[in-house]
Design a binder for this molecule. Structure first.
Ligand SMILES: Nc1ncnc2c1ncn2[C@@H]1O[C@H](COP(=O)(O)OP(=O)(O)O)[C@@H](O)[C@H]1O
Ligand SMILES: O=C(CO)[C@@H](O)[C@H](O)COP(=O)(O)O
Length: 574
């Protein structure tokens, strides 16, 4: 029999797509495949992967759509000749926070799977107590978030325990809301997982534990002590006497990110030809998986430009604050993942792009639809200042209610003359000035909030700036967006694009699968990837990022930027 070199699959169940990649033992990318929920599964009638009930601020996705997407993506690979018999390990990532409610029947539904039929036809009618999964863009749980924060004594304490203040999208507040609104669904839910452990379960053919990093997106986990927090469980369950019941529905949390949980379920062996001993390793959240796509050093930042925009760092210090999130690291104990997450990322930029296109009667589609937006963004000077004496233009674009800061939808434009922030926007040339301003605004917000973790150190010339800025996700294909984010954040060693750009998260998950199977006893993920990673092939330096004068000019505006945000927050409270 001829030797077949092993492959490792990484899945990414994100908001708009299910993607998968295959990598070799040397971490070379060998296959990429994706299913778009809107385009490939139109019968679910989702838009950008979700349904919305705007009256209630609810955003949710059909669980059946995800399962159908899984068979579809594997079928496409099979039809194109992908050799599943080479796959020795599978891992993956899920959009964070999204809960899946399993019925009592789930175990039997897994046992009864027949290779001739699709998963969706066999699992959907039996395995779930609820057909929907709340999406991370959901904003329906303000009351529940208040209950959580009041219950522990405020947002600082909440952040100290769970690594984050109470957030609308986090699973604990979402479970409480579901329990109060749909008590019969809660009762019928034998088990509750999140998107990552949901997909792990489908591959394993039984309900999987949570991963130690993704569980931090629930407001239920004590991040430093690595255990469920009893007080938070009681808050989510609606009473101390009900906390145990919830704990049973949730089940275990696995702290070894490289643990093989078992072999792939026989359904996948028989239908697609996976080897029967193909190993399933815990899936994690899409953001934790993204930091596994490269050997990230302290003071390096990753900006993920997916549907959400996130800024990610790895840090050994547990320094919690309501201003950001800290998660346990997905592979390495003693490290934490720092994260900022914005709801208004790609969709807000698309919104401005579309306005500009329509104003100028342009009809380009696909990647070309960004041409005019990019021309305007790069030809506009920083902060829209044509001359030194011009006021700076600062704006906030939140077509959706935002997470950071927690405010309602809206657009606000200001000018700043160095002393006063004015809401007179007559100096703005619209819609053209919005192109650069939206990218600057998103990047200034990240710079403002990441500053405490980028504390000055001698190695870094005493400036509170990152070393490398890595850009990943769909938006990282866009040179104008990359250039401007780089200038605002000012990485001292430059701005980099990952070769696997929009698939970084799936690639990080595939590396995790490879590490889980091939690691030597005690070998850390960072060392494993560091040794096999070929920097020259895998990243491209695309610019200097730090530009003397420009980075400082953005720094001078941060006070006014914060004031602008403060005014928007104050409006919310009026
Ligand atoms: N050239 C481009 N310029 C700007 N944004 C882009 C470009 N190409 C793709 N995108 C954005 O990437 C987004 C999808 O990114 P992706 O990382 O695949 O998202 P997710 O993983 O959340 O589904 C789209 O919403 C689109 O706005
Ligand atoms: O809510 C968060 C992180 O807290 C989001 O980052 C989700 O994890 C969804 O990510 P994408 O679909 O944008 O990849």
């Amino acid at each position: 029999m001829s030797y077949k070199s092993p492959l490792y699959l990484g899945f990414d169940l994100s908001t708009q797509q299910l993607k998968t990649v295959a990598v070799s033992s040397t971490l070379q990318l060998e296959w990429e495949e994706a299913v778009s929920f809107d385009d490939d599964l139109p019968h679910y009638n989702v838009s950008k992967g979700v349904h919305k009930n705007t009256e209630e601020n609810e955003v949710y996705s059909p669980v059946a759509m995800w399962i159908e997407a899984l068979d579809l993506v594997l079928t496409r690979m099979k039809e194109k000749g992908f050799d599943f018999s080479r796959v020795e390990g599978i891992s993956g990532a899920g959009q964070q926070h999204a809960s899946v409610f399993w019925s009592e029947e789930a175990t039997h539904a897994f046992e009864d799977l027949q290779k001739e039929q699709r998963l969706v036809d066999q699992l959907s009618p039996r395995a779930f107590a609820h057909p929907w999964s709340p999406n991370w863009q959901d904003h329906s749980t303000q009351t529940e978030c208040d209950i959580f924060e009041e219950g522990v004594g405020g947002e600082d304490e909440m952040a100290r325990i769970s690594g984050s203040s109470a957030h609308h999208r986090f699973t604990g507040p979402q479970i409480l809301r579901l329990k109060q609104r749909l008590p019969e669904v809660y009762k019928a839910s034998k088990r509750i997982t999140i998107a990552s452990s949901f997909l792990t379960s489908v591959f394993l053919g039984k309900i999987a534990p949570f991963d130690v990093s993704d569980v931090c997106g629930m407001n239920l986990w004590n991040v430093e002590e690595l255990k469920w927090d009893e007080k938070l469980l009681a808050l989510a369950a609606g009473g101390e006497d009900r906390a145990e019941e919830l704990k049973e529905k949730l089940g275990l949390v696995e702290s070894d990110g490289g643990k093989c949980l078992g072999s792939v379920s026989k359904y996948f062996v028989e239908r697609y030809g996976f080897p029967s001993d193909c190993s399933i390793t815990l899936f994690t959240g899409d953001n934790p998986a993204t930091i596994l796509a490269l050997p990230l050093r302290p003071l390096d930042v990753i900006v993920s430009l997916g549907t959400s925009t996130t800024l990610l760092m790895s840090t050994p210090t547990y320094y919690p604050s309501p201003a950001y999130h800290l998660f346990d690291h997905p592979t390495t104990s003693g490290l934490y993942m720092f994260m900022l997450c914005y709801c208004n990322g790609a969709l807000a930029r698309e919104h401005i792009r579309d306005k500009i296109q329509s104003y100028h009667n342009r009809a380009e589609t696909g990647q070309e639809s960004w041409n005019l937006f990019n021309e305007l963004a790069t030809s506009t000077p920083p902060l829209g200042k044509q001359s030194e004496s011009d006021p700076a233009k600062i704006a906030f674009y939140f077509p959706l209610s935002e997470i950071v800061p927690n405010v309602q939808a809206g657009t606000w434009r200001y000018t700043f003359d160095g002393k006063t922030l004015s809401d007179d926007s007559s100096a703005w040339s619209l819609p053209d000035d919005d192109a650069r301003a939206i990218i600057e605004s998103q990047a200034l917000s990240m710079r403002l909030r990441a500053a405490p973790l980028l504390t000055p150190c001698a190695e870094n010339n005493q400036k509170s700036q990152p070393r490398r800025v890595y850009l990943v996700g769909g938006g990282s294909r866009n040179p104008a967006i990359c250039e401007i984010i780089g200038q605002v954040l000012g990485g001292s060693e430059g701005v980099y694009q990952l070769d696997v750009g929009s698939n970084a998260c799936a690639v990080g998950a595939a590396y995790k699968a490879c590490w889980a199977v091939e690691r030597k006893e005690g070998e850390k993920f960072e060392n494993f990837v560091g040794e096999r990673w070929d920097e020259k092939k895998m990243v491209k330096r695309i610019g200097d990022a730090y530009k003397e004068g420009i980075w400082e000019a953005y720094g001078e505006i941060l006070g006014a930027f914060k004031e602008g945000e403060g005014r928007i927050i104050a409006e919310k409270h009026n």
